[in-house]
Design a protein around this ligand. Structure first.
Ligand code: SD4
Length: 332
């Protein structure tokens, strides 16, 4: 999609967000089912979610099925196809949250194709919120998830080999959407998808799944599986999910902070902006070295997003539209 069109859509989204701020509480009508997700891969993921939403399925089912599309995709490195840690092993983080504050997550999980589904089982079948590492894998296997072979995808193998030459950990801004990704003929560096949905019953849910920052230290966990950082849902207010440098998203309790701004009356996009602004202040000169972006949806289905750096895209699907938008950013 050409940039001008993207920006036009971005403007419309921002305008809609602004208008929603003046709606009186509890008298505004929900816009009906809608789904929003991060980066270009969100377009395909939203289709998966829409199969559920368009048949009056729940937002919880939609956000699980939606990101499973990306986890399973050969064309994207979210999930087992993703970049490994510095030891050459892919470790996965994911979480899910519904409209009743139920939530579950897995972190440092190996050899399981659909961590988001394991996160959901943790939420539904255990007394806990998180399972990590070997324990998470043991639980997944006991729930019938097959153990996949521990092999790197071809693009990840190439990237890892290249990385080993210098063995220097330096996450690049917007590497999720580089022209190097598969389909563009080269190696990829994508690792995360986050999704929020509102269903026909007016309920919100969210999910987030990642292989985490490529070439991270072994055992490193980012924001993506952490409720309140990578994802937060409060059905009475709205939902938010994050992508980008996990350490910095955690520092500002990203997703929960955005939801708190929405509770205080901010529309989704301005709420995201407030937390990006806070992060930019905290990081000072170093803010230019990282990317952090939020997507948000209020309880009526109004969506918005905001990023630290330009280049962050997000996908939205509803009955009326299916678009890939370019978020406004702190730095131009
Ligand atoms: C992490 N937040 O592991 C993830 C990475 C990410 O786009 O979102 N990249 O820190």
């Amino acid at each position: 999609m050409e940039r001008r069109r993207l920006l036009q859509y971005g403007f419309l989204a921002a305008a809609t967000s602004f208008i929603s701020r003046s709606l009186p509480a509890r008298t505004a009508k929900s816009t009906g089912p809608v789904v929003i997700s991060t980066w270009d891969a969100g377009v395909e993921a939203n289709k998966g979610a829409w199969e559920v939403l368009s048949r009056a399925g729940t937002a919880l089912d939609a956000v699980e099925k939606g990101v499973m599309v990306t986890e399973a995709s050969q064309n994207c490195c979210v999930g087992l196809g993703g970049n490994p840690d510095r030891e050459g092993i892919v470790t996965l983080d994911a979480c899910i949250m519904d409209h009743r504050f139920n939530c579950g997550g897995v972190m440092f999980l190996e050899r399981i194709k659909h961590p988001v589904s394991v996160a959901r089982r943790v939420m539904e079948k255990t007394p806990h919120v998180y399972l990590a590492g070997a324990g998470a894998q043991q639980f997944a296997v006991s729930e019938g998830f097959p153990l996949e072979p521990q092999v790197l995808s071809e693009p990840a193998r190439k990237q890892y080999k290249e990385w080993l030459k210098k063995s220097h950990y330096a996450p690049a801004v917007n590497r999720e959407n580089t022209e190097n990704r598969p389909g563009a003929g080269g190696v990829f560096d994508h690792d995360t998808i986050a999704m929020l949905a509102l269903d026909a019953y007016g309920d919100l849910s969210g999910s987030c799944t990642t292989s985490g920052m490529g070439f991270k230290m072994r055992g490193r966990v980012g924001d993506s599986p952490i409720i309140g950082s990578g994802l937060y849902v409060d059905n009475a207010v709205g939902a938010c999910a994050a992508t980008g440098q996990g350490e910095d998203i955690i520092r500002v309790a990203g997703a929960a902070s955005v939801v708190e701004y929405m509770r205080a009356g901010y529309a989704p996009a301005p709420a995201c902006r407030k937390v990006i602004e806070r992060l930019a202040r905290i990081k000072g000169d170093k803010a230019r070295d990282i990317q952090v972006a939020f997507i948000a949806m209020d309880r009526y289905g109004t969506v918005g997003a905001y990023a630290l750096q330009k280049g962050f895209t997000y996908a939205v699907k509803s009955e009326e539209k299916e678009v890939l938008l370019s978020a406004d950013s702190w730095f131009s």
